[in-house]
Design a binder for this molecule. Structure first.
Ligand code: ATP
Length: 431
């Protein structure tokens, strides 16, 4: 795009336990090749031969345990090797979790109780840009490489890594996470909150966590293998005030028994004191990597747009969404948590109006919905919407008030799997 010519391919020789940190620009392709030795990207090994394409906007570290020679081909925003990484600490943490999984499996084989056969439920917490998502990926990929199928739970509605922003979701990880395609999307369990910020309706966020936890609990009780493998839970970077309260809530809701605190001594101390009455929870402080790239709020907002685009067009732009039109009368759109309380006049005399933050509100289709995302609920009836997960998302491209028709794009052709839709504040403007 008019920039400098691409530099020629170049090689880097890495010492054992060091990494090459690379930032890929938004529009130019980059590829990497292993020339000698072994190396991995966030827990997933590079293939011994051939070029691996690195998606645009990626910020990665290619790490080697035993030494490697790497070749880069293409433009980068930065590329530099570093020998200071917390990887040894991270892999030791993985080893401890692995031993717990083995113990849980042994207990299950011997017919032990649910408690003993439960593998580690790890929750990763820390401020923004402390490397939480990255540590989750490594722990999951290392576990999957050993044959475990841990469940990845993503509670980060701002920068989620399973599906679009505004969701809390879970998915089993059955093999190391693909370097190009990311988290597998065959069977994610997704609950829709609809905003990138929990303070808009923290009660709904809590209710959705509870629903997700309940569903996972049910799946675990019938599946000793995933029960022993346990969970790795990613959280938001908001660790003060309401953010902290929601972290405590998440620890409790998902019955986490290992809390990994990244990069903040204070948070570690406070959490340790908060859960000390619960002896079965280990709160562990871990060093953050200096390689984690800082992202400002503008960048975050932009990357939310990209995540929505990727949902419809694919990470490598390899998908083509389908455009479709429905009559207003064919769908019902709801918002969870209108926030408005019943008017005093509608209440018995003397009763105080109470706002029900989880109330379902029917919304009229209007041109305000253009460019927003709607979730397609699995609910059969409107009152099941809050407790139901969602099938997927559509993006509203036009609303014709006169003809009462709504135009949208969806990842698949054909009719919507349900007529019950959930409105959101998530927008994306197709360029
Ligand atoms: P948030 O709370 O804001 O979601 P986070 O704590 O989950 O952030 P990550 O998403 O893990 O942080 O990391 C931020 C960015 O830094 C990511 O793009 C990630 O790929 C990159 N990154 C992490 N570790 C390294 C590293 N060692 N070298 C280079 N880039 C890295």
């Amino acid at each position: 795009a008019g920039g400098a010519a691409a530099p020629p391919p170049r090689q880097f020789k890495l010492d054992p336990r060091s990494e090459l940190r690379v930032e890929v620009p938004p529009d130019a392709p980059l590829r990497v090749r292993l020339v000698a030795g072994t190396a991995e990207i966030f827990g997933t090994e590079l293939p011994p031969e051939g070029w691996v394409p690195i998606p645009p906007r990626s910020k990665i570290a290619i790490f080697t345990w035993h030494g490697a020679t790497l070749e880069l081909d293409g433009v980068t925003e930065s590329e530099y090797p570093s020998e200071e990484t917390p990887m040894v600490i991270y892999v030791n943490t993985h080893a401890i979790l692995d031993a717990r999984r083995a113990r849980a499996r042994a207990a299950a084989v011997q017919g032990g109780d649910l408690e003993a056969s439960q593998g580690p439920r790890v929750i990763v917490v820390g401020p923004t840009d402390s490397g939480k998502s990255t540590l989750c990926k490594m722990l999951l990929s290392w576990a999957a490489k050993l044959g475990w199928k841990p469940t990845y739970v993503d509670l980060d509605i701002g920068q989620g890594s399973i599906t679009i922003p505004g969701c809390i979701s879970a998915t089993p990880i059955e093999k190391p996470i693909d370097i190009v395609d990311g988290i597998p999307l065959e069977m994610p369990l997704v609950y829709f909150y609809g905003h990138p910020n929990p303070s808009i309706n923290a009660d709904v966020y809590k209710v959705l966590m509870k629903e997700l936890a309940k569903t996972l609990e049910r799946q675990f009780s019938g599946n000793a293998e995933s029960r022993a493998a346990g969970m790795v839970i990613n959280t938001m970077g908001w660790v003060e005030g309401l953010g902290y309260e929601l972290l405590l809530n998440a620890i409790e809701t998902f019955k986490a028994n290992v809390v990994l605190v990244l990069g903040q001594e204070k948070l570690w101390k406070i959490l340790k004191d908060a859960v000390q009455s619960k002896p079965r929870i280990d709160v562990v402080k871990l060093q953050k990597s200096e390689g984690v790239v800082l992202r400002n709020s503008k960048y975050r907002q932009k990357s939310r747009g990209f995540r929505i685009k990727e949902y419809f067009y694919g990470i490598t732009n390899d998908l083509a969404p389908h455009s479709n039109i429905v009559n207003f009368s064919d769908v019902s759109v709801y918002r969870i948590g209108g926030g408005h309380q019943a008017p005093r006049s509608a209440l018995p005399i003397g009763a105080e109006p109470v706002a029900d933050p989880t109330r379902l509100v029917a919304v009229n289709i209007s041109t305000d919905m253009i460019h927003t995302v709607l979730a397609v609920s699995y609910a059969k009836e409107p009152d099941e919407i809050i407790s139901s997960n969602v099938a997927g998302f559509i993006h509203v491209t036009d609303v014709d008030i006169q003809r009462k028709k709504l135009t949208y794009i969806a990842p698949c052709p054909g009719d919507l799997p349900s007529r019950l839709l959930i409105a959101s504040s998530l927008t994306w403007y197709e360029a």
